[in-house]
Write a protein that binds this ligand. Structure first.
Ligand code: AMP
Length: 480
């Protein structure tokens, strides 16, 4: 296969090329270069690719192209031609936004559908003509049962982040949905990993797919500068506030382990004069959407999120990610820092680590096969914090506990604004030791991840063995 280096050479319809030009993309990413021609030709696809590789445009653009080439006549409302299933409401919304972005010069209509919100507006929307439906499995089945959606005319099915859908326990829902689709259709399956379960699912769904494997990002990502600061839990809030203000960061995603912790941190940052907001599972969908939109357009400088809430957040070239606490599961660290340094720009990922987290740190360093650089913050000292009443430590994780982290109580969380007083020297994070960029997994990412492509029969080929490092997540992450 040729290796097309421009979107035009891929043969996409003119209104789509115009939309791509509007976004400013210059070249297709490796997954786009390979997936787009395959999907345009109507073939099935099994792709190992994570968020950040450009996979969404990789399937959205050729799907739009196919719909434009073959306009359907006389279709009933509520009968989508394309069904895109994703695991979370955030991802659903973002994929549909991509559909609208790339389809903006066409009259193709799309709709987003997810649970946790009133079903009636969705029912009303389904009374209008519809081409592309982007949905989470549970709510889609609700509609199918109520016969408010008709899946009998689906021509193309996309399973996006299929591994996460399986981890979240959606396999039965997916099978029930598959039973409602016409047998004759095109199928695309995207997954970060090719586990046995994914292989099995793909065998049942795909027919003679081509298999594309994009090197997993971040395991050796040279684009993310990873640092850590050793500190006390009780000092973290003030320290972070100090770092953000002094470094002038204008767009930073901060991960906390708990919902309550996310709220308290956001409140503290707001009190210190920063435009901060928290998103987590306890917030209404409207509040989450608002916070995310504010973060995207620059009104919110600091978004504080739990892992679950942050899933699927897709923001272009996010410059900074902070781990306010290290995640309990090392793979989540890789997911978190995957929010930065994408699409050719360098990003920074900083972790605030206290003594109780050293074990987690070692597990992460083992997983990413390199030490994380220790830094100190110039101009910062805990003495700058005014004493404040102790707060109990938060313990309301978004997800079920997966390991028995010790609970600590009564850490005096310096909440005051003492850090603001007095002359403050500039305090950009400064490197203590320049630890060598040792190890890595040799995938040598240069700007874009390398992709390899093989043809497999019913997805049974061994394909991309380099994705096995992501341990299977536990079920029930959805809290549904
Ligand atoms: P995805 O992997 O689909 O989540 O996309 C990751 C990010 O890359 C998105 O923010 C896209 O806007 C961006 N992107 C997608 N395709 C390209 C491209 N060809 N060139 C530059 N950025 C891109």
């Amino acid at each position: 296969m040729s290796n097309p280096n421009t979107f035009a050479s891929l043969g996409l319809a003119e209104p789509l090329l115009r939309a791509v030009t509007d976004t400013g993309y210059e070249h297709p990413t490796p997954i786009q270069a390979q997936a787009i021609p395959q999907v345009m030709q109507g073939g099935d696809l099994l792709a190992a690719a994570q968020t950040g590789t450009g996979k969404t445009a990789g399937f959205t653009l050729p799907i739009l192209h196919r719909l434009l080439q073959d306009p359907a006549q006389g279709r009933k409302p509520g009968q989508p031609r394309v069904l895109i299933l994703t695991p979370t409401r955030e991802l659903t919304a973002q994929v549909e936004e991509s559909v609208r972005t790339y389809g903006k010069h066409t009259s193709i209509r799309s709709m987003v559908m997810f649970g946790g919100v009133n079903i009636n507006p969705q029912i009303s929307a389904l009374r209008k003509p519809l081409d592309i439906l982007v949905a989470t499995p549970g709510r889609l089945l609700d509609h199918a049962q109520q016969k408010t959606v008709d899946l009998s005319a689906v021509e193309i099915l996309v399973l996006d982040e299929a591994d996460r859908m399986l981890d979240m326990g959606f396999i039965r829902d997916i099978r029930r949905i598959l039973a409602l689709l016409p047998k004759q259709r095109q199928n695309l399956l995207f997954s970060a990993t090719f586990s046995d379960e994914i292989r099995e699912l793909s065998k049942g769904v795909l027919s003679n797919p081509i298999e594309i494997s994009v090197a997993r990002r971040n395991t050796a990502s040279e684009l993310v500068k990873q640092t850590m600061v050793l500190t006390e839990q009780a000092h973290k809030r003030d320290l972070l506030s100090h770092i953000i203000r002094e470094s002038g960061w204008h767009q930073v995603l901060v991960f906390t382990r708990t919902k309550h912790g996310a709220n308290r941190l956001a409140e503290k940052l707001v009190k210190d004069g920063l435009a901060a907001a928290a998103i987590h599972g306890n917030k209404s969908q409207a509040a989450r959407t608002r916070a995310l939109a504010g973060f995207k357009d620059g009104k919110v400088a600091v978004l504080v999120a739990t892992d679950i809430a942050a899933r699927g957040i897709d923001i272009d070239q996010l410059p900074h990610v902070v781990n306010f606490e290290l995640p309990n599961v090392p793979e989540d660290y890789v997911h978190r820092i995957g929010r930065t340094g994408r699409a050719g720009s360098e990003g920074s990922a900083m972790s605030l680590v206290d003594r109780s987290e050293i074990k987690l740190l070692s597990a992460i360093e083992k997983l990413i096969k390199r030490p994380i650089e220790r830094t100190t913050i110039e101009g910062w000292s805990p003495d700058m914090i005014k004493a404040e009443p102790a707060h109990a430590r938060d313990d309301d994780d978004d997800r079920p506990r997966r390991s028995s982290q010790p609970r600590r109580h009564g850490g005096a969380a310096g909440h005051g604004n003492g850090a603001r007083s007095g002359a403050r020297p500039a305090s950009r994070p400064r490197s203590e030791s320049s630890s060598p960029r040792a190890g890595g997994n040799g995938s040598g990412r240069t700007g874009q991840p390398a992709a390899k492509q093989t043809r497999s029969h019913n997805g049974s080929g061994s394909g991309s063995g380099n994705h096995s490092s992501a341990a299977p997540r536990r079920a029930a992450l959805l809290g549904k």
